[in-house]
Design a protein around this ligand. Sequence first.
Ligand code: KIV
Ligand code: ZN
Length: 391
Amino acid sequence: MSNTNVQIFDTTLRDGEQVPGCKLNTEQKLIIAEQLDLLGVDIIEAGFPVSSPGDFKSVEAISKIVKHATVCGLTRSVENDIKVAAEALKYAKTPRIHTGIGTSDSHIKFKFNSNRDAILERAFKAVSYAKSFVEDVEFYAEDAGRTDNDYLARVCETAIEAGATVLNIPDTTGYCLPHEYGAKIKYLKENVKGIEKAILSCHCHNDLGLATANSIEGVINGARQIECTINGIGERAGNTALEEVVMILKQHPYLNLDTHIKTEMLYGISQLVSDSMGIYTQPNKAIVGANAFAHSSGIHQDGVIKNRETYEIIDPKDVGVTESAIVLTARSGRAALAYRAKNIGYGLTKLQLDEIYLNFLDFADKKKEVNDDDIHKIIESSRLYKEIVSA
Ligand code: KIV
Ligand code: ZN
């Protein structure tokens, strides 16, 4: 892996599937896993094998079919979880066990009724045990976002001593501000003994709408893996959206960070995940929302018709969207009406357009969006119809 490469760790099938009511069956998971593999993600977190026989079966089945990506299974720092995950991953070409434990004072006190030293010991044992099954072991310090940096550095050192290859620094509750998360990663890069032996990973939740910004700050400060989900789905307000971080890195080449993602597949896989889980994607969702490349105000439409780049920073084809949409509403101008009318076969002269535009506005004031059928009707019912079609 080059130093500019950011590994994309997809957790749609594990953290993403934790969305209430969105459980997938093994067949659906296999279809998504196959597409993620083709998309070019580096790691697929296929599930939490000990959590249910169904999840075990899914992780095992995914391990058998994935051709390129590392397949990963989640565990707690519990021996049986790790043993079961290793069993579920045994057919994977490149298996990874993802084990860990809560490290914030809140987790140590309320979840484990424990103390910092005992947590270090459990972390060491879990990683060492996982290492007895697989070479590639990722350690997560749950609630790292609210864990003090000195202690977090000790946790990371312990995990590295036990053999961890990746250190996941989750902002589990989505609490950090981007500069704080970035500073945390920088602190760990500079203060953890042996850090050169491991990759730091960003795992950010979106409780304050900062998951993407935090992950980007993380990689700017030295992390080289981002954990994310398609459409940003996940617990509560969700996880970092894969399509967002990938396109940010692609559209800002001066950051000198890249991924292996085939971005033209992003829109299709977004639809697949949304349909399989029955979760509607908000229309204004960055990159993959229905309105991400739709223009409805007259000023914007005029600009985009003249040159797409006036109001678009991404070529829609780069993410698998066929073309930008010019949406006709009462806020649209003549340029947009002429453009859409031309697309359906009416080449309007300036004078014809002036008149048809008045009829259009009348119609558009009564309807939210004017579609191609409506344009036909508007033109057909105009006194200029014969003149327009005979031209
Ligand atoms: O958000 C989190 O802390 C997690 C860990 C289990 C990796 O999902
Ligand atoms: Zn998470």
